[in-house]
Structure formats: C-alpha cells, structure tokens
Design a protein around this ligand. Structure first.
Ligand code: ADP
Ligand code: ZN
Length: 608
C-alpha cells in the first residue's frame, strides 16, 4: 500500500485513518468515511482502485468536481476519465471502448448517467468498487440535497457483490444514517476522522465599521502577495461593493453569487482555479465545486448563520495542509440581520439556536478551536495556539459604570429605543427624532460623550452577549432589559467588560513614539506550520515555472504540484532527479515529467 502511495501520489505516509479505510475497502467491505474538507478522502478510494482488478466507478455530483479529480489523477499518470453531459458522442464512444477493454482504473460519472448506464456499460465492464463522493447529497435534511442521489440504491440491487464506499465532510448523525439506509450498505464500518484543521488560523474581529473592515482587508491581502483567497459576504450587493473596493486598490478579483449568469459564474470559478485572479468576493453560493487546494485564506465579511456553514467555508482554505489564515468580522448589525432571517425562516427555534452557537464562538474568550471541535462532538484537551484568543488573550476590566449608563438610558426611554438611538442619547447627539421624543431631556443624555460611537457599539454587543438586555426583533429591534441587566443597573452585581483593542489607535500612538502599548505575545505556532527555512526568492521562481507548465497543459497550477510540495522544493532544494523524486508529493510520473525543469531552476538559483 505504501509503495503504491509513493509511486502514484508521491506521499511517504498515510494520514490518520486512511490506511485502515483502504484495508477495509480492499477486503471488499462497505465503508462510510467522514472527514473534514481537505482531510484526504480521495486517496481512500483511489488507492484501492489502483490496487484492485477492474474499474472503480466514482459517483460525483458536479462536473467541476469530476474535472478536478480527473485532472489530478491524470497528472499522476493514472488512467481516469469522466462521463457526463459535457462529453460529446465521439468522446463517449471511445471512452466506452476504453472501459470495456479494461484500460480505465477510475471512471467518474454523474448520478443521472450512472442510472442510464446501469444495464448497459456497467454490465460490460469489470467493476472493482463503487465510490459515492459527497454522499451527504443523498439526505433531504442536508444543504446540498440532490434528488438523483436518492436513486443510487439501484447500485446495490444491480451489483450486490461489489463493495461501496461513501464519503462526505458532513458529520451529523441523521445524514450518516440516511447514507447507510438509502445506499443499502451491508454492515458498513463508519470511519470518522477528527474534524480538526490545525493549519487554519482563526481570528475574529469584533464590531468593525465598514471603513475599518476595508483597511483590515487591504492590510491582510498586502501581507499575502500572490496568495489567493475568498471573501464571503451576506448579500450580493456587498460582494459587488467589496470587489469594487479591491479593484480600486489594484487587486484582481471576481464576483460570484447566484444572481449571475451561469457563464459569468463559470468564468469567475475558472479564473480563480487557474490563478488568473487573486480574490473571489462571494455569497455562500460559491464553494461546493471548488477543490482548489491552494486557497490560502478565507475572510468572512459578515458573520455566517451557523457554525456548520462557517466551518465548511473556512475549510476551503488550506486543503493542501499548508498554513492558511481565516478572519471573521462580527458586528451588531450582522446579528440583528441574521436573527431576522432566522425568525422568518420557518424553522425559528433551530435556526436561532444555531445562530446563538455561532455568536458564542465569535464572543468566546477561550480557545476558539476548542469551541468548534466541541460543537462537532470532539473533545480537545489543550489550547490550539493558532487562534486569536490563544495568541492574544482578552483582558477584562470593571465596566459596571459603562453598563449602568447604557441600561439606565434604556429604562428612561421606556425600553422603546434601538441601539442607534441609544448611542445618540448616550453621546448627546441631537436629531429631530430625538428631540421630538424628548430624549434630550433625559438625565442620561450625553453621559457617555467620552466614549466614541464605535466603542459604544462594541460595549453594547458585549452587553448583549452577557445577557444584560435583549433585542425585541418583533418590536422594531427595541432593547429590553433582562433580570441579569437589572442586577447590574441596581448595583447588585458588577459587570466585567473586555478591553477594546483599537488597532488604529495603537498604530498611530506607536508611530508618534509613545510608549509601547502592548506586550508582545509570541504566538505559539506548531512547528509544522512554519515555513521551515524556505528560500522565498527560489519559491517565487518555482511558482512561475509551475504556472508556465500548468498553462501549457491547460490545467490549474496546484494540480502540477501542490503549494506544499513547492515549499518543500524551495527548502530542500533537490538538485538530482533522485532527490527530486524523494520529495513528498512527487510520484514517479511527475518526477519524469517535471523533474528536469525544476532541477534546472534550483541549480541556477543556488549556484548564484
Ligand atoms: P478531501 O476530499 O477530503 O477534501 P482530498 O482528498 O482532496 O481531501 O485531499 C486534500 C489534500 O491532501 C490533497 O492535496 C491531497 O493530495 C493531500 N493528501 C491526501 N492524503 C495525503 C497523504 N497521505 N499525505 C500527504 N498529502 C495527502
Ligand atoms: Zn486557540
């Protein structure tokens, strides 16, 4: 098994569970695999397909996914092909011939086509195994339900003896049971791998206004030249605005949302996959068809509606295992909007609960990864060292007086105001509405003038999360004090708020030569995440070569070599074909095909 892994894929070892899963499949048994995105599911059926006699039939829901898989396999010299509505008749004819002659090791096929071929092509070839990719599409409860998937029970009827392996990144129990039941699996073994993705850093920015988000995003991208990423926004309009802003700053970007034509969406997706653009600004419509392994970062411009969505979206970064970054902006406005969506959704209770858990994540002052894994039912015993809380733990202070000012203003305005009016009252800002209602006569009018508007927003968000007041979504978003809030208001309890870290202020103060504001906390990044002594200049040259080779063959650059392999080349600098072939991620085929070109550049650059 290890030999085959190295020869074809160039990897030196298996990831956790891969070996057990492969053995199970080789024993002709039914298997269910649950692994997070980027966990390494494909090898679990591709390796058995190579080792078993006959052709493996792989069912996949999207043409773009099949294309990606087939291209990566072919790039490793493996006989893989796809059969779907993209093929013309001549292609199909030769493909059928090749299949019947036993020349194909893996045949990717859409579920519709599979059903059509059940009594024809499939009866004429020797089948080694069936792999059902994205198997959660079978479940009506999930987010990617595909009606054609429910007919896949025909596989077992027609081919009772052939093992089936079903794979998905969706972990919940109902989906899992649906998969087993509907595919009619025989005493399947279910393999569930850890959902941890330690190479993804986690960072939450609370209460940023638009201008600050813009600045943070530009800064973030500037620190990551040539690295591509995705910015997820809540609305279509916002994707367009963010894209315009980035274009103005010279960043190549595309927009992707469900309101665009199919061809515009395809173009955006292809340009991104082929590194023709650096950034995609997208709604959640973007993602499922993306297997691009070198997405280096994901930013959430707005908070997602649940931890599942969030995790799936950030999971699109760093599939190749290389260190990748994520950043989530989280504001009171998002929360109000998402709560409205949840309430109007028809599944109010569930969706509010999901939003609530997402909010807890964003507000957490313990290691964020612990919260995520805990949500997926995994227990993590230690802090991760790769999230903003671990790197920079929040500091708290006695904020009782601040809280009392706000709560008192709410009470004096008869609990009939929203956050905007509340801040106006606290800051003593006149407006027609405010004066008409007589709020300028309140005792609390202007008592919070010393705190900037933005910081008030932040404190109010904290107070909401501490449960001091609630937002009455059915009453114009008016604020209502809770019993916990009343305790603070009447001095029975103290309130501990988190110190607001204002980066803008911090930077300008530091620049003015003031004293250092913060102690420098050394991030504890696990050693495998740091780029071990990589030669940056060489890396750039190798990257350009990779791009040239990719363009010549019209395949994405990450399929020629992954970012991880490229990093290894730039740090280990092999100068012979043998050394080149020893690099993790380079199998026999790639060694023969690309070895000379890469070695040449490495020799040239290192002899300078
Ligand atoms: P998934 O389908 O679970 O999202 P993939 O099968 O696409 O994940 O694998 C993610 C990445 O990890 C790919 O780039 C793949 O080549 C790589 N990978 C898989 N198994 C191994 C391994 N044993 N060693 C090193 N890299 C691996
Ligand atoms: Zn952490």
């Amino acid at each position: 098994m290890l030999q085959t892994l190295k020869t074809y894929f160039g990897y030196d070892s298996f990831r956790p569970l891969q070996e057990d899963i492969i053995k199970h499949v080789l024993h002709q048994k039914d298997t269910v695999v649950l692994m997070p995105t980027g966990g390494g599911k494909s090898i679990c059926y591709q390796l058995p397909a190579l080792m078993m006699e006959g052709t493996a039939i792989v069912v996949s829901p999207l043409i773009s996914l099949m294309k990606d898989q087939v291209e990566s396999l072919q790039a490793n010299g493996i006989a893989a092909r796809a059969m779907n509505s993209n093929n013309n008749e001549t292609e199909n004819l030769s493909l059928r011939r090749d299949c019947i002659q036993g020349k194909i090791k893996l045949l990717y096929i859409s579920p519709e086509r599979l059903l059509l071929e059940m009594n024809y092509l499939l009866k004429d070839i020797k089948i080694s195994l069936f792999a059902i990719d994205e198997a959660h599409c079978i479940s009506q409860w999930g987010h990617d339900f595909r009606p054609e998937y429910t007919q896949l029970n025909a596989i077992r009827e027609h081919f009772p003896q052939i093992p089936i392996i079903a794979l998905t990144a969706t972990a919940d129990k109902i989906t899992r049971q649906d998969i087993v039941k509907q595919l009619n699996l025989k005493e399947p073994k279910v393999f569930i791998s850890s959902f941890d993705r330690p190479n993804l850093s986690l960072d939450v920015r609370r209460g940023y206004q638009q201008r600050e988000k813009t600045r943070a995003i530009l800064d973030f991208i500037a620190k990551r030249p040539n690295q591509c990423g995705i910015i997820y926004c809540l609305s279509r309009e916002r994707t367009v605005k963010v894209a315009e802003m980035l274009t103005k700053h010279g960043i190549s970007v595309a927009v992707y949302h469900a309101g665009l034509s199919a061809s515009a969406r395809d173009k955006a997706q292809n340009d991104f996959i082929n590194d023709k653009i650096q950034v995609v600004c997208a709604t959640i419509a973007f993602g499922m068809g993306i297997d691009k392994s070198n997405v280096r970062w994901v930013i959430h411009y707005n908070m997602p509606k649940s931890i599942e969505s969030f995790y799936q979206e950030i999971g699109r970064a760093g599939r190749d295992g290389v260190k990748s970054d994520t950043m989530l902006f989280y504001s009171l406005g998002d929360l109000v909007m998402l709560s409205k969506f949840a309430i109007d959704s028809g599944q109010q209770a569930i969706n509010l609960e999901k939003l609530n858990r997402m909010q807890q994540y964003a507000e957490s002052d313990i290691c964020r990864r612990r919260i995520l894994l805990n949500y997926f039912g995994e227990n993590m015993e230690h802090d991760c060292g790769n999230c903003d809380v671990c790197k920079n733990p929040p500091e708290r202070f006695d904020g009782t007086i601040i809280v009392q000012k706000a709560l008192s203003a709410i009470v004096r305005a008869n609990q009939e105001i929203g956050t905007r009016m509340l801040i106006a009252i606290l800051r003593g800002n006149y407006s027609e509405e405010l004066v008409n209602k007589g709020y300028d006569k309140l005792k609390t009018f202007g008592v919070g003038r010393d705190i900037p508007q933005k910081d008030w927003q932040d404190y109010l968000l904290q107070m909401l999360n501490l449960g001091y007041f609630e937002i009455a979504y059915n009453e114009n978003n008016h604020l209502k004090i809770t019993p916990a809030g009343a305790k603070v208001l009447y001095g029975q309890e103290k309130a501990r708020l988190v110190v607001i870290k204002n980066e803008e202020k911090a930077i300008s103060k530091a620049k003015k030569g003031g004293k250092k504001i913060e102690k420098v906390v050394q991030p504890i990044i696990p050693s495998f995440l740091s780029n071990e002594e990589m030669d940056q200049e060489l890396f750039e040259e190798l990257r350009l070569l990779r791009k040239r080779l990719a363009d010549q063959q019209s395949i994405p650059a990450y399929i020629v070599l992954s970012d991880k392999t490229l990093h290894l080349l730039a740090s280990q600098k092999p100068t012979t074909l043998e050394e080149f072939g020893n690099i993790n991620g380079i199998g026999e085929y790639k060694k023969e095909r690309y070895g000379k070109d890469f070695i040449e550049i490495i020799q040239k650059m290192t002899s300078k």
